[in-house]
Design a protein around this ligand. Structure first.
Ligand code: NAD
Length: 494
């Protein structure tokens, strides 16, 4: 495990804020107890970041030279991928298979944004007067990245890589349930030789260090991933200082199975969409709409296959469903299931902790399928962030579009059909930042990602992802070489 509590602008320090206890949710053992960042620690990180970002050796560095640091960080992550995966599995309870993939994805993200930095072009705009006109981009200065616990190394990389590629300094605040992998990232960044001050990792309480990063006048942008309520409160504070924010928030994503779908493909995709990561995924396909003509058959097969999923220890290679991140979170998921029953849902499978000695000490919860709740019931409207799927029938295309859109969130959608024009019509009609057709939860760093409605503001990833951390500047250069006619005679005294 990383040795320090905080990485304050290039210096490993003990924190002076709230205590953080990272546990291994498979058995409740303590990974590490650390002292998080206080406001004073955060202010010190901001001072170091300001000095480092303003240093000509960074702010005047050419993008292709900045890119070298990103490539070195990518190399460092790849070299230590197994260790990173292990730390993240201890911190979050996710399977090693998954955390290994997240580490590989983080390395790819740094490599991609290094390449973007090297190949970004500025624009010579079309000339409409006697000046050469162009539009260029410059770093914002200090960027704060605030991330959740569910996929830390990947969500950290998604913010840190483009913000550094853009020439900023970055202050990263990970979630308190998963602080360790961000500290490991700091170790790799340090080894990659990034000048001290440009990167800080500040685990700590949201209301303390998180709040400082949002309200501090020297922070030029906050890129936030987390819950909608937190994001909304943060945006209000940001508005007061007119600071731009990117918000990647919650979801209640619909998956839609038409009667012409390829059934085995749809079943596997629906199960992967909701039950992988034990449902702790912003894009989890947690509302399933099945065409009424195949509802009973499809749901019957889905329930049978769900019962066959392997629930187990995160380090067992065969495990499909690992424990939830924390016992408190497991209890919150159980309360949501109880709430669904109050609202008229019935449990088709799961709905409780698994039985058996292997599960006794861990924060396990069974993959759960609920039927019978109306689309406006709380279980179909609110994010559970656990392995809980609500199933509903639909009549036709118009009906499913209306039902899918009758929700405050708009993060993702899955459509299962062999009719391409239908997938196109439905995909375009659903309010969602991402639509998957006959697949689910596939990601590419080159494809912009983000939410609509309560699922967020702004997009991450893609070439434009770097621009989200830059300020745009128009430049006009005179081509006439003569005094402006408005004052030409005055100036010459005629
Ligand atoms: P959360 O909102 O509780 O916390 C997210 C981060 O915000 C944490 O680091 C937390 O410490 C910090 N925070 C809390 N209060 C704060 C405050 N007042 N000021 C500043 N920072 C504060 O979310 P969580 O429980 O860690 O994560 C789960 C949520 O994240 C789910 O809603 C999930 O959908 C969402 N999520 C979204 C995406 C996406 O890309 N859209 C990806 C992953 C997770």
């Amino acid at each position: 495990m990383p040795a320090g509590d905080l990485y304050v602008g290039g210096v490993w320090e003990k924190g002076t804020g709230a205590e953080i206890v990272s546990i291994f949710p498979a058995d409740g053992s303590v990974n590490r107890t650390l002292t998080g960042a206080s406001v004073t620690d955060g202010e010190r990180a901001i001072e170091r970041a300001k000095a480092a970002q303003a240093d000509p050796s960074w702010c005047n560095l050419k993008p292709h030279e900045r890119a070298r640091f990103l490539y070195a960080i990518a190399d460092g992550i790849e070299a230590d991928a197994a260790r990173i995966a292990h730390i993240q599995s201890r911190d979050t309870g996710k399977t090693l298979r998954e955390t290994g993939a997240l580490a590989a994805s983080a390395a790819g993200t740094f490599r991609y944004f290094g390449a973007v930095a090297e190949t970004m072009d500025e624009t010579l705009t079309s000339q409409r007067g006697d000046a050469l006109t162009m539009s260029v981009h410059e770093p914002l200065g200090l960027v704060a990245a605030i991330t959740p616990w569910n996929s830390p190394i990947a969500s950290d990389a998604q913010k840190v890589a483009p913000a550094l590629a853009a020439g900023n300094a970055v202050l990263l605040k990970p979630a308190s349930w998963s602080p360790l992998v961000a500290l490991e990232l700091a170790r790799i960044v340090e080894q990659a030789g990034l000048p001290p001050g440009l990167f800080s990792v500040l685990p700590g309480a949201g209301r303390e260090i998180g709040n400082l990063l949002v309200e501090h006048p020297d922070i030029a942008k906050v890129s936030f991933t987390g819950g909608t309520d937190t994001g909304r409160a943060l945006a209000v504070k940001a508005a007061k200082k007119l600071m731009p924010v990117s918000l990647e928030l919650g979801g209640k994503s619909p998956t839609i199975v038409f009667d012409d779908a390829e059934m085995d493909q749809a079943l596997a995709g629906v199960m992967f969409g909701i039950f992988s990561s034990s449902g702790q995924s912003c894009i989890a396909g947690s509302r399933l709409f099945v065409h009424r003509s195949i509802f009973d058959t499809f749901v019957g097969r889905l329930v049978a296959a769900t019962k066959r999923l392997t629930i187990g220890h995160p380090f067992e290679p065969g495990t499909q469903v690992a424990p939830l991140v924390h016992f408190d979170h497991r209890d919150a998921v159980a309360r949501d299931v109880a709430m669904a029953l109050e609202d008229g849902a019935e449990i088709l499978t799961g709905g409780r902790e698994p039985e058996g000695s292997a599960y006794e000490k861990g924060a396990y919860f069974m993959p759960t399928i609920l039927a019978g709740a109306a689309n406006d019931a709380r279980i179909c409207q609110r994010e559970v962030f656990g392995p809980v799927l609500a199933v509903l029938p639909f009549e036709d295309e118009d009906d499913v579009i209306a039902q899918a859109n009758a929700n405050d969130y708009g993060l993702a959608c899955g459509i299962w059909t062999t009719d391409f024009p239908k997938s196109w019509r439905v995909g375009r009609a659903i309010s969602a930042g991402t639509v998957w057709v006959n697949t689910y939860k596939q990601f590419s760093i080159s494809t912009p990602f983000g939410g609509e409605k309560d699922s967020g503001v702004g997009r991450e990833k893609g070439r434009e992802g770097v621009r989200a951390y830059m300020a745009q500047k128009g430049i006009y250069v005179d081509l006439t070489g003569t005094p402006h006619p408005w004052a030409a005679e005055t100036v010459s005294g005629r």
